[in-house]
Write a protein that binds this ligand. Sequence first.
Ligand code: DHE
Length: 563
Amino acid sequence: MTIAGKISKAGFIAAFSLLGLAVSQANASTAPAMTDAEKEAAKLIYFERCAGCHGVLRKGATGKNLEPNWSITQPDGSKLEGGTLRLGTKRLENIIAYGTEGGMVNYDDILTPEEINMMARYVQHEPPIPPEFSLQDMKDSWNLIVPLSKRVTKQMNKINLKNVFAVTLRDAGKLALIDGDTHKVWKILESGYAVHISRFSASGRYVYTTGRDGLTTIIDLWPEEPMTVATVRFGSDMRSVDVSKYKGYEDKYLIGGTYWPPQYSIVDGLTLEPIKVVSTRGQTVDGEYHPEPRVASIVANPLKPEWVVSVKETGQILLVDYTDLDNLKSTAIASSKFLHDGGWDASHRYFLVAANASNQVAAVDTKTGKLAAIVDTAKIPHPGRGANFTHPEFGPVWSTGHLGDDVVSLISTPSEEKKNAKYKKHNWKVVQELKMPGAGNLFVKTHPKSKNFWADAPMNPEREIAESVYVFDLNDLNKEPRVLNVGKDSGLPESKAIRRAVQPEYNQAGDEVWISLWGGKADQSAIVIYDDKTLKVKSVITSPEIITPTGKFNLYNTMFDVY
Ligand code: DHE
């Protein structure tokens, strides 16, 4: 058990509140000394481990504000002040080492005590501002490895591509392509640092990966062995990418959204040649200027020539029309701040996205191009793409788990089908909360052919909880979920660090569920595959090259948004 696992709930809450509230008793006014070498080392750790949640400029989003000093004017005119300088090195060390119940993970099993002390001092200094990244910078980074004229003209292998899984090997900076039919690793390819997501071309031939360092690759699945055919850098910190999917525009363009610089860029969908960069800097929905509005989720609308782009800090959801890039049209839908991840409802008309630090889910009606609803939820919703099913009492629902609460929320979604008219009064309400054993959920999943609903809890500090997944019965949602201990089921020996069971993903047929057992970089990790009906282990994919597997993307389910 980690130290974090032994700390009481009250202890976590106390630690968590320290970051958000004004702390009066601390009064350090200058940051503790650091050598230049320490600053450089800390800058790298901050980028790799902290910037995603707290922001490059440390203004906070999913994580708290980490500026040395901050002050906000409250609605009644009074000022609230805080900052890392007030917290001081000792408290910051505790928070970094042991985590908080609000979703900050413990780093005592990832960083050494010396590194934790260095980071505690580092965040008391003013944040360095990284350089911008222009269209010319993108062009300079572009590497067309195999031009279109040199690519094969038919599929040269016998793999059932629709059931291939693209698996992120996070800390190895690699992507594994696994044959979903045989459960055999087909090919492991170099990628950007800690690939975040993989998406597929509208044709199903190409895989796009995006590294946190902004390096995006296009992998061709048609040659005898898959190969990277082009790469381009979108910026220095990145999370999302998608192709154009509308009829006549299939795979013509690829859009990528960066955390730094805060912008989205459009490149050629087959060669990745850079075309256009658009900044997302601007006003939040509250009317304040934000210097770092990062691009969170992006999805392609299959029914219109547009992408739905969620801008985290401003709370603006952009509908970017790609029919005329020279005269680019974009509709900004004001929703709720701190947008993060999301997915389509069952009808594929509404896109629902978590405004995670606002404890809300925003829904866009892509048919009318307007905001459909903002739904209050439990703390820190984190849906991944969410999961859709027909609730026995409330009809069609879309669901999200929560990083900061021990429930899964089921939100009623509209349906044009006559038989669902009776559920209209429930639309855009949380109609039920399924009880989880603790907070720390990241992903939920079901499949149209399944009667099971899967939820993980990898960010829970308790080993037993984080190493397990929870399977609810869609026929009786009031029943306790069945608990599958993925750590034990993997057959691997226990390791010092928690191996987080993360991201259930169905195969194409909807009869298997794949779970990553995400261990430490030096530990043996695995992907455990369960039979969806019997909940028995079907196979375990493990070998020294399966290092830190996290996200898994089944080609068919990702292409057609089946979830
Ligand atoms: Fe993710 C999706 C951002 C940490 C695994 N993650 C997303 C999306 C965003 C995002 C914006 C939506 C992309 C889209 O649909 O276009 N993630 C962030 C962060 O900012 C954060 C909190 C911190 C960071 O530094 O990156 C973060 N994410 C993680 C992890 O630590 C996870 C668990 C493991 C990993 O590989 O890094 C992780 N995120 C994922 C996965 C998805 C994802 C697997 C896609 C889910 C899907 O089903 O589509």
